[in-house]
Design a protein around this ligand. Structure first.
Ligand code: SF4
Length: 381
């Protein structure tokens, strides 16, 4: 199959399938290809509205009940078109599909743009709204990324509406839970790669294998696992130790369905660690089939654009203020500006033999505040 490229009106061959050996969101790819970090991925925040209020929500502080108009889609498309090495776009919120008009007027055209240019797309959604919302997106979408941290509707009720400020009945939550599972199944059947993300936290670390089993039953082709780092909205949640995190990862590896791609990200473990057990776990992760550890994209190959203001951030949930606006600058220029930022410089290490390009900013801040990663290097056994 060939795909029309609207930029130069040429045809290019169909993309190779997303797989453990082909993950264009991993910044190590572009680092290897270009010898330096390049902007290959743009994430767009299209709403701060959401029908849920999860206790762990990374952007919970930004959620609102009403919101202003967005910047014109044409302005965003023009800035995307200028990004020379663009390989992926992501659309996030809130719940991006909360408004039907956002779906039809922004999301569908952005996904169509991605298809026409031959780049990959992802939406971050809770998939609890009627299937008709997602059905419009499915023909153009590569990855539907959902959160799944539950073993039952009761868990979903307790976690998903923890901060709603008004009581939501178990019955109402159960309907959404069933719809989420049904929608995920239908999207999988429609050919979308449904990737369910679980966080390792105080609720999930000792039942992560059970959560994995339900994710497999839902038809998800990928299970993405990240430790939870309490952001400002979730700062009151209990923190688990690195040993408990390591135990949860081992438990998953011991009990997983080997046909499902396991993608780990933002782990607080590095090959340069003095802790032999942490290095041993990384060694095991590297050896296992259908398992990948993704380097952190935020600020390495990706920027976030807020579609209400045009402001550009390193991620949608960071405390780092915006460092530019698409009304004034192109995204490649803003990315290069970010790379010179002292925060970016502080995590800009690279150990090619370990396929590692440094820690996530939040992880460094939490566990390695005084470490100079530029002086460390991988210890490979
Ligand atoms: S790239 Fe940085 S974090 Fe990764 S192993 Fe090397 S020094 Fe450690």
């Amino acid at each position: 199959m060939n795909v029309l490229d609207t930029r130069n009106h040429s045809f290019h061959p169909a993309l190779s399938p997303l797989s453990p050996t082909n993950d264009p969101w991993d910044p190590i790819r572009s680092l290897r290809q270009y010898g330096r970090h390049r902007l290959t991925s743009v994430e767009m925040t299209v709403t701060n509205l959401c029908n849920m209020r999860c206790e762990h929500c990374a952007v919970g502080d930004s959620l609102v009940l009403a919101e202003p108009d967005k910047i014109p889609l044409a302005d965003m498309l023009r800035r995307l078109d200028e990004v020379e090495h663009l390989e992926t776009i992501s659309i996030t919120g809130g719940e991006p599909t909360f408004s039907g008009r956002t779906v039809s007027d922004y999301m569908v055209p952005l996904l169509q743009y991605a298809r026409s240019r031959g780049i990959r797309s992802q939406i971050n959604s809770n998939v609890t709204l009627p299937y008709s919302r997602y059905e419009q997106l499915a023909p153009y979408l590569d990855v539907m990324h959902i959160s799944f941290n539950y073993t039952s509707a009761e868990d979903f009720h307790a976690i998903g509406f923890a901060k709603s400020g008004h009581s939501v009945s178990l019955e109402a939550a159960s309907k959404l839970y069933d719809r989420m599972i049904d929608n995920a199944r239908r999207l999988s059947e429609a050919g979308v790669l449904v990737s369910a993300e679980s966080m390792i936290n105080y609720r999930t670390y000792d039942k992560i294998d059970e959560i994995h089993r339900l994710i497999v039953e839902m038809g998800c082709r990928r299970h993405e696992v990240h430790p939870m780092y309490p952001s400002s909205f979730a700062k009151d949640l209990p923190v688990i130790t690195k040993e408990q995190m390591r135990g949860a990862v081992e438990k998953l590896l011991d009990n997983r369905d080997k046909d499902v791609w396991m993608l780990f990200g933002t782990l607080p473990f590095y090959h340069c660690s003095d802790d032999a057990e942490e290095r041993a776990l990384l060694g095991r992760l590297a050896r296992e089939s259908n398992v990948t550890v993704r380097n952190d994209p935020d600020g390495r190959n990706r920027l976030n654009v807020n579609l209400f203001t045009g402001d550009v951030f390193v991620t949608d949930f960071s405390d780092v203020p915006a460092f530019g606006n698409i009304a004034e600058s192109g995204l490649d220029e803003l990315f290069n500006r970010w790379l010179d930022h002292p925060l970016a410089q502080g995590v800009n290490c690279h150990c090619p033999a370990a396929s590692c390009c440094g820690p996530n900013l939040l992880v460094k801040d939490m566990y390695y505040k005084d470490e100079n990663f530029l002086m460390r290097s991988a210890k490979l056994e």
